[in-house]
Structures are given as C-alpha cells and as structure tokens.
Design a protein. Structure first.
Length: 79
C-alpha cells in the first residue's frame, strides 16, 4: 500500500533535536574595561534620547487651551 521512500542522505539533520552533546562549551570571556564602557555609553545614550524625546514631546501632546474671549478688531467694536 505505502511505498517506502529512499532514505535522505542527510537524515541526521532531522534527528538533531534529539541529539544531546556531553561536551560543554567554553566559558564566555569577560568584557574588558573598554567594552564595558562602550556598552554603558551606548545604553546611556539610548536612555537619554528616549527621555529627551519624552521631555520635548510632552508639550505637543497637551490639549490646546481655547482663549476665553474671542479676539475682535477695534474697527468691529464701533459698529
């Protein structure tokens, strides 16, 4: 009924999710002072940019206050 297919040449790829290695990866290298300072500066720059955009953007988000009296020219008051 069902025909058996020819095995795939790279069948081990499909079994990769079941494979577990007993070899541990090497430990990560510690960051140097220059790399740590660079990452800190980038982080601070991003945070400062977000805070600045919020600070300068908030007035634009406030509703416009409508003046209580409508402005009329002096020429229209004499009529």
């Amino acid at each position: 009924m069902f025909l058996r297919r020819e095995p795939v040449p790279f069948a081990f790829v499909s079994e990769a999710d079941r494979f577990r290695s007993n070899v541990t990866p090497p430990p990560r290298e510690r960051l140097g002072k220059a790399q740590l300072a660079a990452r800190t500066l980038v982080g601070l720059t991003v945070v400062a940019g977000l805070a600045g955009s919020l600070l300068f953007g908030m007035p634009a988000l406030q509703p416009v206050k409508v003046p209580e009296k409508s402005q009329q020219s002096a020429a229209s008051q004499g009529r």
